[in-house]
Design a protein around this ligand. Structure first.
Ligand code: AQP
Length: 336
């Protein structure tokens, strides 16, 4: 990180609620990789965010390590980026409490994800689900973040983070930088293959609509062959009326770099029987090397531990400076 000191900072996180999907990769991780040379980079595995839904502790532990392995296997370099596990840096919880006192009930109630998750987990609408965006604001603000590369679904939370930071700065003077959400041009919202009205998510009850980064080629091909399309047979981008096909085109465009026009020409007159397996193969070619590298990294537990231990040390250094500044501003007496 030494030679990155003067660069702007990119910060992002994913919660290990399940296995990473093609959505997490195209909407977030791939974008992170592209920005790494330009930005000083900090990436978190947000395990604290994960317990807003009920998680089996063993599964959460496994997902956390698996996620770190996939970050590295996707091309993010631990020598150049900071990777850490959120619960290893206690400042997140502490800043979250302070920021909660500058977050309004009304604005938190308006968060789309809170409404969606409440509907999905009607028997467990807990306080953590409600204050999730406050913890996310703390995550971002602790690291003097300039940009937050996220998918479309997280844009609203980054906007709220700016509002909270602005409010705090208004009361106590310039304390937090105001971060900006950065979204990929294509792939900002990858939809489910079986229900193209719904976002592809890691915590879906059924994984038929989601491509997991750890899926084998065979499973990926099967899922694409079964992807929902429409009763026409032409490969044409129309996000309103041809949701399934447009989603497949967006995926194909992301993994091949081809424009929608090029894709339409490539599959002109060929029908979905040719198009769907072609998308599947292109995705297999992208994910195979990542999966193989992640499996290799996962087998080396000592290496993984050294990465997240070093990451926690570096992250804590930055986070503790921000928290001390905040504690001083609000009037807490300095601990001797
Ligand atoms: N389908 C998607 N298309 C584009 N981007 C996506 N992201 C997630 N799914 C898609 C982006 O990846 C990051 C994941 O962050 P997260 O796991 O903390 O939040 P999430 O958006 O709630 O992701 P999931 O997969 O839907 O998780 P669950 O099922 O646990 O709620 C974010 O940048 C997100 O935008």
């Amino acid at each position: 990180m030494e030679d990155n000191v003067k660069k702007l900072i990119q910060y992002s996180a994913i919660k290990p609620t399940g296995s990473l999907t093609l959505g997490s990769y195209l909407g977030a991780i791939k974008n992170w990789c592209g920005l790494c040379s330009e930005y000083s980079s900090i990436f978190c595995i947000a395990d604290m965010h994960s317990i807003t839904i009920r998680m089996d502790p063993a599964v959460l532990r496994r997902n956390t390590l698996e996620q770190l392995a996939y970050y590295i296997a996707s091309g993010l370099d631990p020598e150049k980026c900071i990777f850490y596990i959120q619960s290893h840096v206690h400042e997140h919880a502490e800043l979250s409490w302070v920021l909660g006192c500058y977050s309004m009930f009304g604005e938190l109630s308006r968060m789309t994800q809170f409404k969606d998750k409440s509907a999905k987990n009607a028997d467990n609408i807990n306080g953590g689900l409600f204050t999730y965006p406050v913890l996310m604001a703390a995550d971002i603000l602790l690291y003097n973040t300039d940009i937050v590369p996220v998918g479309e679904d997280q844009r609203q939370h980054v906007e709220l983070c700016r509002d909270i930071a602005n409010r705090f700065n208004g009361v106590y003077g310039e304390t937090f930088k105001l971060p900006k959400a950065v979204l990929p041009k294509v792939g900002a919202k990858v939809m489910s293959l079986t229900e193209p009205d719904k976002k592809m998510s890691k915590s879906d009850d059924s994984d038929a609509g989601s491509i997991l980064l750890k899926d084998t080629d065979e499973v990926i091909m099967r899922k694409f062959k079964r992807a929902v399309t429409d009763c026409e047979t032409c490969v044409r981008f129309d996000a309103e009326n041809k949701k399934g096909v447009s989603n497949l085109m967006a995926i194909y465009s992301c993994v091949t770099g081809k424009s929608f026009d090029e894709i339409e020409r490539e599959f002109d007159g060929k029908g979905y029987g040719v198009f769907k397996p072609a998308v599947g193969e292109a995705v297999c070619d992208t994910l195979r090397p990542i999966r193989e590298e992640a499996n290799r990294i996962l087998a080396d537990k000592a290496y993984l531990e050294s990465v997240y231990a070093e990451g926690a040390r570096k992250a804590s250094q930055i986070a503790s400076r921000t928290l001390s500044k905040v504690y001083k501003k609000v009037g807490f007496v300095k601990k001797p």
